[in-house]
Design a protein around this ligand. Structure first.
Ligand SMILES: Cc1cc2nc3c(=O)[nH]c(=O)nc-3n(C[C@H](O)[C@H](O)[C@H](O)COP(=O)(O)O)c2cc1C
Length: 734
C-alpha cells in the first residue's frame, strides 16, 4: 500500500511536469557548458590566489590614472574598470599581482543568452518564472519520492548503497543512476526553488544599514592604500567587488563588498568606518546561485551537466517502465459473473501479465469462459470452478502493488467451492523467493471452499521453460494440451542466428535413467564457454529449448540430456546419430561461468545439470580447489560421466566428487543432505571468498538454498543474499 503511494506520486508528478522538466534539463545542459568553456578560455588569466587587497590596489594605482571599479568573478578572476595613462576608460581582466591587463572581457555567446532566458522564464516573463520555480519544486518532490522508492527497493536505508539486483535493464538503470545523481539533483532543485522565492520577493535581498563612526571621518594620519591594515588583512579571494570613493571628500569611502560582509573604509587613513554582515538568507541565496549555476567551479559544472543529462534519461526510462506496466492491460471476452475460470494476476512491473494472457487464450481456445483480473479486484464469482493465481513478489517478500489487498479481500468475500492453482513469479536473487505466492497459498489452504488442484509452482526470472512445465501439468489435470508460451527472451533466442553443429559422439541411452550424452562440433563451437546455453528448436515451428553446455578440451560441446516421454526436443536429440547435424544458436550466460579467480569453488548439481561442470573441471588448469556435489538416483547414473570426472580427480582439477544417491540405500540421501554434512566447507567458501555454483532443477535449487541459507545464519557473518550479491552464489536452474 505504502509503496503504491510513493510510486503513484513519483509517477504522477513526473507525468504532470515532464515537458517543463525536459526544457529545464535541455537548457541546463547548454548552460552547464558555459562555466566549463570559460574555465578553458580563461585558464591563462591569473586568479586571486595569494594576493591581498592591498597588493592589488597598489599595483592598480601604479599602472593607471584612476581606478573606477574592481570586481572578482565567481571563477576568481579580477576585472577592473580603469582610466588609462592615455585618458581612456577601459574594462578588462587584470593580473592582480602586477596590475597589468591580462585579457579582454568577452560578450556572452548568444546561445547562452537564449538558453538562460528559456531556462529562467520560458520567455514568458513572470508567468514563465513561476512555472519554472514550480517545476523545480516538483522535481525536488520527485527526487524525494524516488529516494523512498530506492530505499524500499533496497529493502532498508542501510542497504541504500548495496548492489542493485538487476531485474530488467530500464528498472536497473533508473534506480542505479537515480542513486548516483540523487544528491546533485536535490541540490539543483532546492537551489532553484530558493532562487525563485527571491525572484517573487518571498525573500528579499537586504540593503545593509551602515552607521559610519563619525569620529573616524578625518584625513589624518594619511596612509598609502597599500598600508591600510584592513586591505593588508583581506585576501582578494574574499572580495566580490570594491567601490571606489566618488570624490576626495572625507565623507566618501572605499566599500569592500566581501563574501559575507560589507566594510566601509576611510580613503585617507584606512580606518574601518563601518562593518555589516549579510544576513543568513542572503548568504543562502549566493550559495544557491553558485551551486545552481556551477559558475564557481568547472568540475561542479560538469557534475551539473551530467545531472541534467541524467534527468532526461529518467524521463525516458521512467516512461519505458510505465509503458511496460501498462502493457499488461487486460482484455476480457467474458464477464466475471459468467466465467468459470478466473485468472488473478499479482504484478508490480507488468511482466507477469503476458503469462496470464497466454493462459487466458489457451483456456478460451478449449471453450472455457475465462475472466482475468488484478488480484486486488477479487470478488464473488457466481460460476467459479477454477481460480488460477499468477503472482510476483516484491519488496522483502511482499505483495506486488495490485495484490496487496488480496488476502483481506479473500477473507471478506463469500465464494462457492472452487479449485485453485498458484504460480509464483520471483527471483532467486531475493532471499524471500516467491514469498507472496506462498502466503497466498497458505491463505487459500485455510479456506474450506478452496481445493488445491496442483502444488504451488514457482517461476524464477520469468522463465518461459519453467512456466511451460506448469502449463503442461495444468493441461494434464484439465484435459487439454496447451501450446508452449514464449517470452521475449525465448523469442530472441529463436531470432538468433542458427549455426550448424555435427554430432561427433554420443552415448547409448542409459535405460534406467533415460539419459544420454552428445558431443557436438561446429565452426561456432569454439566461441562457447562452459555454462553458456545452446538453443535448439527440434522443428522450425517449435520454440527453442535451452541446454547448458560443457566444453571439453578440444572445444567440443558436451550436452547431457534426459529423455522425456513427451519431450519433442529430447526425442529429437535422441534420434541423432554420429555424423548427423543440427541447427542451434548460442545464448551467452556469463553469469554462470567458472570464476577466473576464486579461493575455491563448490559445484552443486543433480542429474543432467552436471553438464556445464563437466566442461569447467576440464578447463580448471589453475587447479582451483573444486568440490562437486552431485545428486542422482543411484550410481549407474554416473556411468556417462565417469570418464571425465575420474581423470579430473586424478589430475587434481577436481578436488572431490561427492555423490548423493537417493535410491541406493533405504534412507534417501539428497544432495542437500550431503551439503549439510559438509557445512564447514560451504561456510568457509562463502566466508573466504570462494564461489558456489548450482545447476539443475528448481526443486533441487530450492532445497539447496534452504540449507545454504540456514548454514549461513549459523556459521557465517552474513545472510546468503549478501554472498549472492557479491557474486559468490551462481545459479542456472530450470
Ligand atoms: C525491487 C524488487 C524486489 C523484488 N523482491 C522479490 C522478492 O522478495 N522475492 C522474489 O521472489 N522476487 C522478488 N523480485 C522479483 C520479481 O518478483 C520478479 O522479477 C517478477 O517476475 C516480476 O513480475 P512483475 O513484472 O509482474 O511485477 C523483486 C523484484 C524487484 C525489482
Amino acid at each position: 500500500m505504502t509503496l503504491s503511494i510513493w510510486r503513484y506520486s513519483h509517477l504522477a508528478l513526473a507525468v504532470s511536469s515532464f515537458l517543463f522538466i525536459t526544457v529545464a534539463a535541455l537548457t541546463g545542459i547548454v548552460l552547464a557548458f558555459e562555466p566549463i568553456e570559460k574555465e578553458w578560455e580563461l585558464s591563462a588569466i591569473p586568479t586571486t590566489e595569494n594576493v591581498t587587497v592591498a597588493e592589488a590596489m597598489s599595483t592598480l594605482q601604479m599602472n593607471y590614472l584612476e581606478v573606477l571599479e574592481l570586481s572578482v568573478t565567481q571563477d576568481s578572476r579580477v576585472k577592473a574598470s580603469v582610466i588609462t595613462e592615455e585618458g581612456d576608460v577601459a574594462n578588462f581582466y587584470i593580473n592582480p599581482k602586477t596590475g597589468e591587463k591580462a585579457g579582454e572581457l568577452a560578450d556572452e555567446a548568444e546561445v547562452y543568452t537564449f538558453a538562460r532566458s528559456l531556462h529562467r522564464s520560458l520567455f514568458l516573463k513572470s508567468t514563465g518564472r513561476f512555472f519554472i520555480g514550480l517545476t523545480s519544486l516538483l522535481l525536488f518532490v520527485i527526487s524525494i519520492t524516488g529516494l523512498v522508492l530506492i530505499i524500499k527497493r533496497q529493502q532498508s536505508i542501510q542497504k541504500f548503497f548495496a548492489k542493485i539486483l538487476k531485474d530488467n535493464f530500464w528498472q536497473y538503470a533508473h534506480t542505479y543512476f537515480g542513486r548516483l545523481f540523487l544528491i546533485p539533483i536535490v541540490l539543483i532543485t532546492l537551489t532553484g526553488v530558493l532562487m525563485s522565492l527571491f525572484q517573487f520577493q518571498v525573500f528579499e535581498h537586504p540593503t545593509l544599514a551602515h552607521e559610519l563612526q563619525e569620529n573616524l571621518l578625518k584625513e589624518t594620519p594619511s596612509l598609502e592604500v597599500a598600508d591600510f591594515p584592513i586591505f593588508q588583512q583581506t585576501p582578494l579571494s574574499e572580495v566580490r567587488s570594491i567601490d571606489f570613493p566618488f570624490s576626495s571628500d572625507v565623507a566618501d569611502y572605499y566599500q569592500l563588498n566581501l563574501q559575507d560582509r560589507e566594510v566601509r573604509v576611510n580613503q585617507f587613513t584606512g580606518a574601518v568606518l563601518s562593518e555589516r554582515l549579510y544576513p543568513f538568507q542572503e548568504l543562502a541565496y549566493r550559495w544557491s546561485f553558485d551551486t545552481h549555476t556551477g559558475e564557481t567551479n568547472a568540475l561542479w559544472a560538469f557534475v551539473l551537466l551530467l545531472s541534467a543529462i541524467s534527468i532526461l534519461f529518467f524521463i525516458v526510462s521512467g516512461f519505458k517502465l510505465t509503458f511496460k506496466r501498462r502493457k499488461g492491460s487486460i482484455k476480457n471476452k467474458f464477464k466475471a459473473s459468467e466465467s468459470t475460470h478466473v485468472i488473478l494476476v499479482g504484478s508490480e512491473t507488468g511482466s507477469t501479465f503476458p503469462f496470464a494472457i497466454w493462459l487466458q487464450q489457451q483456456l478460451i481456445a478449449t471453450g472455457k469462459k475465462v475472466f482475468v483480473a488484478e488480484m486486488n479486484a477479487y470478488e464473488t464469482y457466481p460460476n467459479l470452478e477454477q481460480l488460477l493465481i499468477l503472482t510476483a513478489t516484491y519488496g522483502a517478500g511482499e505483495a506486488p502493488v495490485n495484490a496487496d489487498k488480496f488476502i483481506q479481500r479473500f477473507q471478506e468475500t463469500a465464494q462457492g467451492t472452487f479449485e485453485f492453482a498458484i504460480v509464483g513469479f520471483g527471483s532467486f536473487a531475493y532471499p524471500d523467493y516467491c514469498q507472496f505466492a506462498y502466503d497466498v497459498e497458505h491463505e487459500l489452504l485455510q479456506s474450506e471452499t478452496a481445493k488445491p488442484l496442483l502444488n504451488l509452482h514457482t517461476v524464477n526470472n520469468r522463465s518461459a521453460e519453467s512456466f511451460n512445465q506448469w502449463l503442461l501439468q495444468y493441461g494434464q489435470v484439465s484435459g487439454f494440451v496447451p501450446d508452449a508460451y514464449q517470452n521475449d527472451s525465448s523469442k530472441t533466442a529463436k531470432r538468433k542466428k542458427k549455426y550448424q553443429f555435427e554430432v561427433i559422439a554420443r552415448t547409448a541411452l542409459q535405460l534406467e535413467h533415460q539419459t544420454f550424452m552428445i558431443t557436438l562440433q561446429g565452426k561456432k563451437a569454439g566461441t562457447f564457454t562452459s555454462g553458456d546455453l545452446l538453443a535448439i528448436a527440434p522443428q522450425s515451428d517449435t520454440h527453442d529449448r535451452l541446454y547448458s553446455v560443457g566444453m571439453n578440451t578440444k572445444n567440443q560441446i558436451l550436452l547431457s540430456i534426459k529423455l522425456h516421454d513427451k519431450g519433442l526436443c529430447s526425442q529429437f536429440l535422441n534420434s541423432l546419430q554420429v555424423g548427423d547435424t543440427l541447427q542451434a544458436s548460442r545464448m551467452k550466460n556469463k553469469s554462470f561461468y567458472f570464476p577466473k579467480q576464486a579461493r575455491n569453488v563448490v559445484m552443486i548439481a543433480t542429474g543432467t545439470g552436471i553438464a556445464p561442470f563437466l566442461g569447467m573441471v576440464q578447463h580448471n588448469s589453475k587447479k582451483i580447489p573444486t568440490h562437486l556435489f552431485w545428486g542422482a538416483q543411484n550410481a549407474t547414473a554416473f556411468e556417462h560421466y565417469a570418464e571425465i570426472i575420474n581423470p579430473a580427480l586424478e589430475s587434481k582439477q577436481l578436488s572431490e566428487f561427492i555423490p548423493a544417491y537417493s535410491r541406493a540405500t533405504e534412507t534417501k540421501v539428497y544432495v542437500q543432505d550431503k551439503i549439510c554434512k559438509e557445512e564447514q566447507l560451504l561456510a568457509n567458501t562463502f566466508e573466504k571468498g570462494g564461489v558456489v555454483m548450482i545447476c539443475g532443477s528448481v526443486v533441487m535449487q530450492k532445497a539447496v538454498l534452504e540449507v545454504l541459507s540456514k548454514l549461513c545464519k549459523t556459521h557465517c557473518k552474513y545472510d546468503l543474499s549478501h554472498y549472492q550479491k557479491k557474486g559468490q552464489l551462481l545459479m542456472d536452474c530450470y
